[in-house]
Design a protein around this ligand. Structure first.
Ligand SMILES: Nc1ncnc2c1ncn2[C@@H]1O[C@H](COP(=O)(O)OP(=O)(O)OP(=O)(O)O)[C@@H](O)[C@H]1O
Length: 243
């Protein structure tokens, strides 16, 4: 569903990622792994054209359902390809309003409909049961793990096809990490997830496909079992050895 054809990208005159071609399968979890600085986040930011907002560029084609994403407005693209960041973002509103303002922005005005989607997305992100009596309270009071699940719920409420997640668990404890992993496992099929993680064990637990990057290049794109049992590149073998 998302095809990447000969992508190179970078900042200023410096090319950071070189000649990447691969496919992100629909309804699966793809994990992007590789050493710090190899370009994982840059690759993720290219997929929804955030790289250009940060003064970067990309060459090549990114095809979403047969259509070059350059033909889509940024607003439509970000609705279809959502993003969750490493540092959880909770806006300084109530928990409820963190989602409802996004829905209103997208033209949903009917109170019952807003309430239904808000509840459904908080449930999908495994947050609803914990906070259902505090929906009017400030989202700033949530814990880091709850904020990250709120960010996931907010991304889901515009019904994206793909959700990009950049190290979503790196600041979280094991309990919250597991809640997020279970959320992704439960929702795959309905959504396509692409997750950057420095945690190989996490990639092994949840991913269907692994993209292994090294120094701005993709060295392996393979199913998770093959990657961990028979890595084909020396850098991947080295990293797996130290898991
Ligand atoms: N906005 C930017 N301007 C210039 N160079 C950048 C920018 N963002 C990233 N880079 C460079 O791109 C390279 C890849 O960085 P990136 O953050 O994509 O790697 P990463 O694999 O995600 O690293 P980490 O695992 O540490 O988060 C680095 O050399 C970095 O300095």
């Amino acid at each position: 569903m998302l095809t990447i054809e000969q992508i190179s990208c970078g900042f200023g005159r410096q090319e950071i990622l070189h000649d990447i071609s691969l496919t992100i399968p629909e309804g699966k979890i793809t994990a992007i792994v590789g050493q710090s600085g190899c370009g994982k986040t840059t690759f993720l930011k290219t997929l929804n054209r955030m790289i250009e907002e940060e003064g970067g560029f990309y060459k090549g084609k990114i095809i979403l359902d047969g259509e070059d994403i350059k033909g889509l407005s940024t607003e439509v693209l970000r609705t279809r390809i959502g993003m969750v960041f490493q540092q959880p973002i909770a806006f300084p509103y109530s928990i409820e309003k963190n989602l409802s303002y996004v829905l209103k922005y997208h033209g949903i005005r009917e109170a019952g409909e807003i309430e239904r989607i808000t509840r459904e997305c908080l449930q999908k992100a495994r947050l609803y049961d914990e906070i259902k009596d505090q929906l009017k309270k400030s989202a700033k009071k949530l814990s880091g793990g709850q904020k990250q699940r709120l960010a996931i719920a907010r991304s889901l409420c515009v019904n994206p096809e793909i959700l990009l997640l950049d190290e979503p668990c790196s600041a979280l404890d094991m309990k919250n990490t597991i809640a997020i992993e279970e959320t992704l496992l439960e929702l795959k099929g309905k959504y396509t997830f692409v997750i950057v993680t420095h945690n190989l064990a996490q990639a092994k637990r949840i991913a269907d496909q692994i993209i292994f990057m090294d120094q701005g290049r993709v060295l392996e794109v393979t199913d998770t079992k093959t990657f961990f049992e028979h890595p084909s590149s020396e850098p991947a073998r080295e990293q797996i050895q130290y898991m």
